[in-house]
Design a protein around this ligand. Structure first.
Ligand SMILES: *Cc1c(COP(=O)(O)O)cnc(C)c1O
Length: 408
């Protein structure tokens, strides 16, 4: 049987799966309860190393905090990445608590309220403006505070990233200003007291096809160069987006990172550096940095037979890890990798269905999976829980207890 690459990256200890070298049963005792999320800091560090090795040295790396906003994770990453991208004032405050300076924090997202804009202007972070209206409000708030807002224009591109799990650019969008309207906005900016820095283009997410990402990067660079001609001041910031995907299911092939890196090197040396010499060029990634570093660990509370099918019922479920149930943007539900963590080195002997403890058929965590024999008390570990896990799940649904979180 081939082991999923995400599973293979974790260590073992005493026959168990280990996170940060510690067996999952020991971590359960340390947490005091199950279910829990554990993030392996060594894997996060390794991931940044491989990104740095593949990307050109003059492309900076930004972490999209919404993928995993646990303060300890953000702190750990503050020593490894160049900047943070936040999508709420609460995320902004977590980022500002780290050693990353405010000028290296960018705030994107539609529907920023006046209160959020005020916090962002006061903090001195870069506001990635999603509309003309937001530009007006930022200028007014800056006047009132006596602080010159630092702004970039988020552009809704005139192309789409093909093959993305989530499309966030191209066609009509709530994100960003349509590319064809940007020149007029830039003219407007020249007349206001906003400090214009540059552009942000984010075309989509969860893409495993290097060719599509490379294509989008080329289009993004072309678009930015075109828009730069109308900029009121030289462009000092170019955020090329990201969208690097991770292999969630057994059917997914990992992204060819080397190919994407080589393409970026070509774009940097061939066009971006010569044409926009003052620009800080950024790639922003969330799931690619943390997604594979995390596990969600649950305990079997019941083992039951029903008309020829064996069910393992665990003490967690979709209220903590919605994505594993297939209800967070998946078109077709497929199992995330899953193991019996405290019997990690035992041979698979039976096919079972793993379900959560919520009273809904949606709470399916592993459909007909082949596992070692597991009983009440054993630990079922779900992988791919490092991004869009706990904070992307409906924690209040059915009012079950919260899950613990640890960075190990
Ligand atoms: C969500 C988001 C990201 C991160 O997406 P991933 O798929 O986790 O890499 C990056 N940039 C923006 C603007 C986002 O909204």
């Amino acid at each position: 049987m081939t082991v999923h690459p995400t599973v293979a990256a974790f260590g073992t200890a005493g026959g168990e799966l280990a996170v940060g070298g510690i067996p999952v049963s020991r971590l359960a005792a340390r947490a005091g309860s199950t279910p829990y999320f554990a993030y392996d800091r060594g894997l996060i560090t390794d991931r940044i190393r491989s990104l740095r090795a593949a990307l050109p040295a003059d492309v900076q790396l930004s972490y999209a905090v919404k993928a995993n906003p646990m303060p300890a994770v953000v702190q750990h990453l503050s020593g490894l990445v160049d900047s943070f991208d936040v999508a709420s004032s609460a995320e902004m405050l977590v980022a500002l608590d780290t050693t990353v300076p405010p000028q290296r924090v960018s705030f994107a997202g539609p529907g920023k309220t006046d209160a959020e804009l005020r916090q962002a202007v006061a903090a001195g972070v870069t506001i990635e403006m999603e509309s003309e209206n937001e530009a007006d409000r930022a200028a007014r708030i800056g006047d009132a505070l006596g602080v010159r807002p630092r702004v970039a224009v988020r552009v809704n591109p005139d192309f789409a990233l093909k093959g993305s799990g989530m499309r966030m650019g191209g066609g009509p969008q709530q994100f960003g200003v349509d590319a064809e309207r940007v020149p007029a906005l830039l003219k407007q900016l020249g007349a206001t007291d906003l400090e214009f820095l540059g552009f942000h283009v984010f075309a989509g997410s969860q893409n495993l096809r290097a060719e599509s990402l490379m294509d989008a990067q080329r289009h993004t660079v072309d678009l930015v160069l075109r828009l730069a001609e109308d900029a009121p001041t030289p462009v000092r910031y170019v955020n090329l987006g990201g969208g690097f995907g991770i292999p969630y299911t057994g059917k997914d092939q990992p992204l060819d990172l080397a190919a994407v890196g080589a393409n970026l090197t070509e774009l940097m040396t061939g066009t971006l550096r010569p044409r926009l010499p003052e620009a800080r060029v950024v790639i922003e990634l969330g799931r690619y940095i943390v997604g594979e570093s995390g596990v969600y660990v649950t305990r079997v509370v019941d083992r039951k037979e029903s008309r020829g099918k064996t069910f393992l019922v665990v003490d967690g479920g979709l209220h903590h890890q919605l994505a594993a149930s297939g209800n967070f943007g998946a078109v077709i539900r497929r199992n995330y990798p899953l193991v019996v963590g405290n019997r990690f080195e035992q041979e698979p002997v039976e096919t079972v269905t793993v379900v959560g403890s919520l009273c809904t058929p949606l709470d399916l965590l592993g459909d007909s999976v082949t596992l070692p024999r597991a009983d009440v008390g054993d630990l079922i570990v779900l992988f791919q829980a490092g991004a869009y896990g706990l904070t992307a799940s409906p924690a209040a649904f059915l009012s079950h207890p919260a899950a613990a979180e640890m960075l190990v």
